[in-house]
Unconditional design. Structure first.
Length: 132
């Protein structure tokens, strides 16, 4: 019952009823990434290209799509990573989701989220003050 209510009233925690129906009617499963996201294609979009979509494992967060699948989703390549031997290069970093808005987000010294004082400005910059 909980899953049914989530599918009816939310879009951020998995697929909705409409997405489930569209996937059932038109979707062809293409593959799955290491995070459990499942990728589909089928039908045509407004530009005549094959429509592609993802069913997220958990919350719908676009930065949770790894680079290989991102290229396929945005029609940069026609071959999905599941149908080729995609291996990341040595110089490529491991994929990380966008951490903005989470406790792990980067907070530089002096930001409002970090206690303390902003470091002094160095160099030849002097802040403007009225009357000077």
């Amino acid at each position: 019952m909980k899953n049914l209510l989530l599918q009816i009233f939310t879009w951020w925690s998995g697929q909705t009823i409409g997405t489930r129906f569209h996937t059932w009617r038109h979707g062809e499963r293409v593959g799955q990434d290491e995070f459990g996201n499942v990728y589909y294609q089928g039908g045509k979009d407004s530009e005549g290209r094959t429509r592609r979509w993802v069913i997220y494992n958990g919350y719908a967060e676009a930065s949770a799509i790894p680079p290989g699948w991102h290229g396929w989703m945005h029609h940069r390549t026609d071959v999905p990573p599941s149908k080729e031997n995609y291996v990341a290069r040595d110089w490529q970093k491991q994929h990380r989701a966008n951490l903005t808005g989470t406790p792990q987000a980067y907070r530089p010294p002096g930001s409002l989220a970090v206690p303390g004082e902003r470091p002094r400005v160095t160099g030849d910059y002097d802040a403007w003050t009225p009357g000077n």
